[in-house]
Ligand binder design. Structure first.
Ligand code: NAP
Length: 268
């Protein structure tokens, strides 16, 4: 009886795996597609633009510094696979006037057609202690588009080098527990997931665990993805508790070290 139940369960799971592709989003064909990459002049954004260009896409790069944009354009153009491909550069600050951003995207669409994929990579991470950071808000309102949320690990980019300059010791020690990835590797995975219409994009086992643990009310793009999240949630939460314990002990050690050196300074 137990064997029969197990066989039914296995058959059911296999069936789910087989029908899953039928209800998943249709993959985006990159050849000839128009890909807009904000933050495309450096780091992960530039590597995503290169990855899409290698697969035949038309690219619009959005960033502020014109020289960096032109340099990135030259670098991307080295990877063309046909002579029709175009790399368009737009210099705009996406954190400022929204109408200006809307305007330049309209111009890009007039030149290269409707946007098939929008990669939001503009920005930087401001490291600091919670009480020192300024409050800011943002809002995302997807409308009839597939959204892919990427969880890049620490990635070797100019932005990451900048971030490290102000990173508190605790944060640095915690992030050093995993190795730094190459931007090309991160870009490849993000493009792969975005093409498939996957909601989550992660790298490595830690990234996979993090995206599964934080899925909450997030949509799923396939039955198999939902099934994996249901099955692995308990195990991943248990592993995460060990991670949290080790992070807490790093923070405690830093605090004790700081207290010790303060006492030493006072007595000196
Ligand atoms: N590297 C990592 O380890 C890592 C990990 C997780 C998440 N991330 C996030 O991934 C994104 C890209 O990171 P990265 O390391 O590739 O950074 P990066 O090498 O510094 O590149 C940032 C890009 O964004 C552009 N940019 C910045 N502010 C902008 C603005 N206001 N308007 C328009 N363009 C702007 C920059 O060009 P201009 O300065 O010329 O405008 C540049 O092209 C960031 O949001 C970062 O927080 C990075």
């Amino acid at each position: 009886m137990l064997l029969l139940a197990a066989a039914f369960l296995v058959a059911f799971v296999l069936l789910l795996y087989m029908v899953s592709p039928l209800i998943s989003p249709k993959p985006l064909a990159l050849p000839g597609a128009h890909v807009v990459v904000t933050g495309g002049s450096s780091g992960i954004g530039k590597c995503i633009a290169i990855e899409c260009y290698k697969q035949g896409a038309f690219i619009t790069l959005v960033a502020r510094n014109e020289d960096k944009l032109l340099q990135a354009k030259k670098e991307i153009e080295k990877h063309s696979i046909n002579d029709k491909q175009v790399v368009l550069c737009i210099s705009v600050d996406v954190s400022q006037d929204y109408s200006q951003v809307e305007n330049v995207i309209k111009q890009a669409q007039e030149k290269l057609g409707p946007v098939d994929m929008l990669v939001n990579c503009a920005g930087m991470s401001l490291s600091g202690k919670f009480e020192d950071l300024e409050v800011s808000t943002f809002e995302v309102k997807p409308y009839n588009v597939y959204v892919t949320v990427a969880y890049p690990p620490d990635t070797d980019t100019p932005g990451f080098a900048e971030e490290n300059k102000t990173k508190p010791l605790e944060t640095r020690l915690i992030s050093e527990t995993v190795s730094v990835c190459k931007p090309e590797q991160v870009a490849k995975q993000i493009v792969k997931d975005a093409i498939q219409g996957n909601f989550n994009s992660s790298i490595g086992s830690d990234g996979y665990m993090l995206s599964s643990l934080t899925c909450g009310m997030a949509p799923v793009t396939s039955i198999t993805e939902g099934l994996q999240q249901v099955v692995t949630m308990g195990l991943f939460r248990t592993i995460a508790l060990f991670y949290l314990g080790s992070f807490d002990s790093i923070v405690r050690r830093c605090m004790m070290q700081r207290a010790k050196s303060e006492v030493a300074d006072k007595t000196a």
